[in-house]
Design a protein around this ligand. Structure first.
Ligand code: PNS
Length: 157
């Protein structure tokens, strides 16, 4: 039987506990999870792509069969390159749905061999986003318990 490989793509700027919750939900379902960091030169990121990949790598290593890569270009082409049959996206609230639905259908049109799978994180993370983490930290607020300790440390430096 072929191995079930999934791609979990995103900006991960930075990784937070909602992302980790989705990874943990994927691991029993797929044989391998490829966490894919988008190389997006248009945005002004808090962390470089290399820093994000390194943090993800360090945090995810003990969790199970996942690897971390960066990618540019079309997500569905990256999914093909790594042999993935699924794209995983976290769905926090109804507000995510519109954008996610459009992306899922466009990706399916571009590559019908790759199916998008939505996963809901724990309710306690349903309001959590990388954007809010950065905003709160930038204004001196406390995000401990919302990001892994390694990310917390890096956000403070
Ligand atoms: O965490 P994000 O920023 O919401 O992730 C968005 C991401 C990386 C999934 C999306 O921007 C993407 O897939 N970009 C790659 C380019 C691409 O394939 N675009 C067409 C999508 S329909």
């Amino acid at each position: 039987m072929s191995r079930r490989i999934a791609v979990y793509p995103g900006s991960f700027d930075p990784l937070h506990n909602g992302h980790l919750d989705i990874v943990a939900r994927c691991l029993p379902i797929f044989d391998e999870l490829v966490v894919a960091v988008l190389q997006n030169e248009e945005k002004q990121p808090r962390f470089s792509v290399d820093q994000r990949v390194e943090m993800l790598h360090d945090v995810l290593r003990p969790m199970g069969p996942c690897r971390v890569e960066s990618f540019s270009g079309l997500l569905v082409d990256f999914a093909d390159r790594v042999g993935a049959s699924a794209i995983v996206r976290g769905l926090r609230a109804l507000s995510d749905f519109d954008y996610e639905f459009q992306m899922a259908l466009m990706n399916r049109r571009l590559n019908p061999r790759v199916e998008t799978v939505f996963m809901m994180p724990k309710e306690e993370y349903s309001y959590l986003s990388s954007r809010l983490v950065k905003e709160v930290v930038g204004l001196g607020g406390d995000v401990s318990g919302l990001v892994p300790p390694l990310v917390l440390e890096r956000l403070r430096t």
